[in-house]
Design a protein around this ligand. Structure first.
Ligand SMILES: Cc1ncc(COP(=O)(O)O)c(C=O)c1O
Length: 448
């Protein structure tokens, strides 16, 4: 590295092996990547192995990791208990094409931990889980429409990928207009607007929400809103769906519903549920999930095959993880590390007089530029900040910030990240050093 090199020049010099792999990947994958969040310009880094809170790439560099398997890892990478459980299961067979004991143990753990869980059906991903939940609610109520909140993410199937990124009312390419029109968008935290929608619109089967807010709290749900939501949906006879794919087993062993004491009718789970392996589930009221039974419900039956439902390897990882999170200690540890990191980021922002803040709840953090300074963090969490400015942000700053942090030994998705129970003070120290150096690099480029 030389003094005057820009961030993109340094990137090219620093990651020659990744550059070579990316050239090959471009001929294989659209944009050279297999998940949109892994796309990065000029090219992404390539990881070779991971352990605890750390990852190592093909160019021999080490990172403190804040991507944590897109939120699937609460116990960090390659947790010894998990490695043992998965290795033992692989040796016993990876797919029986039949029922097996571990799936019963896994499902029972969901019922024991999650307050609203009376019955469980496993799927292969969170997207499959919300797909099932939406269809179940429609079949159960005989109603067609879904109400969701602007910015909230529920996977990428046709009914879910609506109103996720601003501008919220533009249909995604390939999604039929009638499907788009069957989803009604409500501004986040707006109980009055929701009541108005449900008073006017009599064809609504469910209201779905990411309980802590869009993008795991990027647009935070305000304290008290979930209780109002429960009251409003009950008053209108509309089903309430908590999409806890990311909050499940992260906010509390019983998810956000346990933490906030609000019981939805139906819940979707994935990520931590399967301990970093593929897997998801729908759980909730027994009468709703009865639609999947042979006898069905009012003469209807929901048919649900799925090659990887309750796959034994995912079940082994899921059981090991849920047993580890059940006491709440691992969750508390991740939350404490996140509180410290947000505070230290805000101290550094304040010291450098940047118009940024670090905010978040539970084990995540977001760095918001152009908000006036750290005092904005409280405003954002309390819902007094314009929510339309919280998603999308400043893509060029976010890209360069991510690049600079990577060059300084920290991997995160843009200006946000997730912590695990194994992030240590040393990891945070290294992160803060990386933050300081990264801000210096951004200054040189005139970005701050
Ligand atoms: C709240 C929420 N719902 C659904 C999904 C989709 O889950 P998957 O990526 O397992 O399909 C995600 C993934 O990030 C999510 O955060």
């Amino acid at each position: 590295m030389t003094e005057h090199d820009g961030i993109d020049d340094l990137w090219g010099e620093t990651f020659p092996e990744a550059a070579r792999l990316y050239e090959r990947a471009l001929k294989v994958f659209p944009n050279g990547v297999t998940h949109d969040n892994r796309f990065h310009k000029p090219f992404p880094i390539y990881i070779r192995r991971a352990q605890g809170a750390r990852k190592w790439d093909v160019d021999g560099r080490e990172y403190v990791d804040y991507t944590m398997g897109h939120g699937a890892l609460l116990l960090g990478h390659a947790h010894p208990t998990l490695v043992k459980a998965v290795a033992e299961q692989v040796a016993l067979g990876t797919h029986y094409g039949a029922c097996h004991e571990l799936e019963v143990v896994w499902g029972q753990l969901v019922i024991d931990l999650v307050p609203s869980a009376e019955r469980v059906r496993f799927t292969a991903s969170g997207t499959e889980a919300t797909l099932m939940a939406f269809r179940l609610c429609r079949a159960f109520t005989g109603k067609r429409k879904i109400v969701k909140f602007e910015g909230h993410f529920h996977g990428w199937h046709d009914n879910a990928f609506i109103g996720v990124q601003p501008p919220y009312n533009v249909p995604a390419p390939g999604v039929l207009k009638e499907v788009h029109d069957s989803v009604i968008l409500c501004p986040p935290n707006d109980a009055g607007r929701l009541d108005e929608i449900l008073s006017k619109e009599k064809d609504v089967a469910l209201v779905v929400i990411e309980p802590t807010g869009a993008g795991f709290g990027t647009i935070p749900t305000q304290p008290g809103f979930l209780k109002e939501l429960r009251e409003i949906t009950s008053a209108h006879g509309v089903l309430l769906h908590f999409d806890e794919v990311i909050t499940g087993f992260r906010c509390a062993p019983g998810g956000a519903q346990a933490y906030y004491g609000v019981k939805p009718d139906i819940t979707t789970l994935a990520k931590i549920l399967a301990g970093g392996m593929p897997g998801g589930c729908v759980t909730g009221r027994a009468d709703l999930l009865e639609l999947l039974e042979e006898k069905g419900y009012r003469g209807q039956r929901f048919v649900h095959p799925g090659t990887f439902n309750a796959n034994p390897v995912s079940a082994a990882a899921g059981v090991a993880t849920l047993q580890a999170v059940a006491s709440g200690e691992e969750i508390a540890r991740a939350n404490r590390a996140a509180v410290t990191l947000r505070r230290r980021l805000n101290d550094a922002i304040e010291a450098r007089k940047l118009p940024w803040c670090a905010y978040g709840t539970f084990s995540e953090f977001y760095i918001l530029p152009d908000c006036g300074g750290p005092q904005a963090a409280e405003e954002v969490v309390a819902g007094r900040f314009d929510y339309r400015r919280l998603k999308g942000g400043n893509p060029e700053l976010s890209r360069k910030f991510r690049s600079a942090m990577t060059l300084n030994g920290v991997d995160m998705h843009g200006m946000k990240g997730l912590l695990s129970s194994v992030h240590t003070d040393e990891d945070l120290d290294q992160t803060m050093q990386a933050f300081d150096r990264s801000v210096d690099m951004l200054k040189k480029e005139g970005l701050v």
